[in-house]
Every structure is written in C-alpha cells, then in structure tokens.
Design a protein around this ligand. Structure first.
Ligand code: PRP
Length: 189
C-alpha cells in the first residue's frame, strides 16, 4: 500500500502579474540585443514550456526585435522525482533541428545548482552555434554547485522549494499560473 500524497500550497511567491512583468522586461532586453537577427528560442523540457511560449509571444509583439523567432526544445532531467537535485544531468530529448550557425537562446524556468544549464551550455556550445546565451525566469542563486552565466534573468527566487508556472513536484503543480512555495512537511521524497 502506498501513502497518499497530500501537498499544500503555502504561499504565492510570484503572482501571475509579476511573472508577466518579468517576461515583458526580459523580452525587451532580448529584442534589443537580437534586433534584426534570427533567433532560436530553445526551451528546456519540461519546466520551461510556459516561459518559452510566453517569452516568444512577448518578443513577437516588439516590432524592433528579432527578424525571426524559431522555437525548438530539448529534454533534460536532473531532479528525477525528488525535491532536491540529484546532481545528475541527462539529455532525454535532443533538438529537432541543428543549431550550427544559429543564434541560440536557451530558455529555462529556473537555475538552481547550475548543473543543468552548465551542461547545456557546454554541450550546445560544442555544436558551433553563431551565439549562445541563456534566459532564465527564476534565478535561485543560493545553492550553486557551478558558476554559470545567465544573460537574461526574470526574477530572483528565494531559497524555497517552489512550484508552478512549469515547475513541478512529482509532476504536479506545473500548470499553476503563479509560482508558489509548497508546504515542506508533506514532501515524500
Ligand atoms: C529543473 C529545471 C531546470 C533544472 C534546474 O528541471 O527545469 O532544467 O531543474 O536545476 P539545476 O540548476 O539545479 O540543475 P527538472 O530536471 O526538474 O525537469 P523538468 O523541467 O522536466 O521538471
């Protein structure tokens, strides 16, 4: 018999409005830096699905921005089903198109210990893109295991286990429109 999973949202950390505002600001910065260029927004599955979609549409609304916005995705797993990082980074799904010669912007929901983004920058950098940068909605700088550059940051995340807007706990809560703190005593992993 398995124990039923009961988890509770403790508090909202970033509201829907705060997230939208941060994405709009990131889009303005990206539009300025990539003006007139073709850019590939490379979302990291699964957590970055929502930020990638919203960032792409925010960018598209800026007339002086990139001349073309391509979307692609790759899949990485680093947390498994635990609430803490295992430290293992695994490519589980590759991009659908080659990034050689392209301006690539990796889009992430969160950078925590930095291992995932660091691995991606190394792996993608070896594929000879025209340029490589990263846009991350939530920067959680308290537990870095490796230093990794992040060119565009949306919000600084407090040192809490957060869910929502793509971030999950055991595949739950991804679809929340806001980012929230999960009640810690209910964790089972
Ligand atoms: C999360 C998140 C980042 C990574 C960041 O992904 O989406 O990719 O962890 O953590 P790090 O900086 O400590 O490496 P996860 O492995 O949970 O997969 P998911 O996006 O499919 O939920």
């Amino acid at each position: 018999m398995t124990t039923p999973l009961v988890t509770t949202i403790e508090s909202v950390i970033f509201s829907e409005e705060a997230i939208a505002h941060a994405i709009e600001r990131m889009a303005q910065e990206i539009a300025r830096d990539y003006a007139g260029r073709e850019v590939v927004l490379l979302g990291v599955l699964k957590g970055a699905v929502f930020v990638t979609a919203d960032l792409a549409r925010a960018l598209d609304r800026i007339p002086q921005g990139p001349s073309k916005i391509e979307l692609d995705f790759l899949g990485v797993s680093s947390y498994g089903n635990a609430s803490r990082s295992s430290g293992e980074v695994r490519l589980v799904q590759d991009t659908s198109h080659s990034i050689e010669g392209k301006h690539v912007l990796v889009v992430e929901d969160i950078v925590d210990n930095g291992l995932t983004l660091s691995y991606l920058r190394m792996m993608l950098g070896a594929r000879a893109p025209a340029s490589l940068a990263a846009a991350v909605l939530l920067d959680k700088p308290f537990n870095r295991r490796v230093e990794v550059p992040v060119e565009y940051v949306g919000l600084t995340c407090p040192d809490e286990f957060v869910v929502g807007y793509g971030l999950d706990y055991q595949e739950r809560y991804r679809t929340l429109p806001y980012v929230a703190k999960l009640r810690a005593e209910t964790f089972t992993a």
